[in-house]
Design a protein around this ligand. Structure first.
Ligand SMILES: [Zn+2]
Length: 209
């Protein structure tokens, strides 16, 4: 590994995300994770993503998003720390809404993620795992497929975060509608389009070749 890889591995944000998503994949942050993490960390920087998604993506990978538990600490109001989705779906007990709960443990997030990504990943030869949200696409995929899946993960998490702020439960039909709208724009970019066709998606007509 080069020194850049080493720096990636030493990021506190990375280590925290791996700790929080210590699910079925089990493994801690290892040398094998460097490549995976490097690819996830660059996802927010793609020029064909909307600015608000890029802004979100940056805060997401560096654990800078503030959820209810963080606001509760800042305002010193313990009663506002509960998870928005758990409250809305009347899940008991309502867990604290921190990054680990929201992007890994929350029932609502687990259910809708599995439904969306099981369909999205049909035919790719790998099973969706909730830890993908915090760790990014696994390196068993090709680089261009990792790019597609990481973009999908960042946009999906962006939408969950938006629903949370609107105090609404995420709805699959609206999420899919947003993706088709985003995809229409992203497909104008030749790099994205090539990767998307490699994924097996339907092509758009480019205007930047
Ligand atoms: Zn929850």
């Amino acid at each position: 590994m080069d020194s850049c890889d080493k720096r990636v591995g030493e990021l506190t944000a990375t280590k925290s995300r791996y700790f929080w998503s210590n699910g079925p994949l089990g493994a801690e942050y290892t040398v094998n994770s460097y490549e995976r993490e490097k690819l996830l960390l660059q996802t927010w920087n793609y020029s064909f993503l909307y600015n608000e998604i890029r802004d979100f993506g940056f805060k997401f990978v560096y654990n800078l998003l503030k959820l209810n538990a963080a606001w509760a600490r800042i305002k010193n109001e313990e009663n506002i720390a509960g998870c928005t989705f758990c409250s809305l779906s009347r899940t008991n007990p309502v867990e604290k809404e921190n990054l680990q709960h929201f992007f890994n443990s929350c029932n609502t997030v687990n259910e809708i993620s599995k439904t969306y990504f099981d369909k999205f990943m049909t035919g790719q030869g790998i099973e969706f795992d909730i830890s993908f949200l915090m760790r990014g696409a696994p390196t068993s995929l090709t680089k261009s497929k990792i790019m597609i899946l990481n973009i999908e993960i960042i946009i999906f998490c962006f939408l969950l975060y938006k629903y949370k702020y609107r105090k609404k439960l995420p709805r699959l039909i609206n999420i899919e509608f947003y993706f088709s709208h985003c995809r229409f724009n992203m497909l104008k970019n030749s790099k994205y389009r090539r990767a998307w066709l490699g994924w097996g998606g339907e092509g758009g007509v480019g205007d930047d070749d």
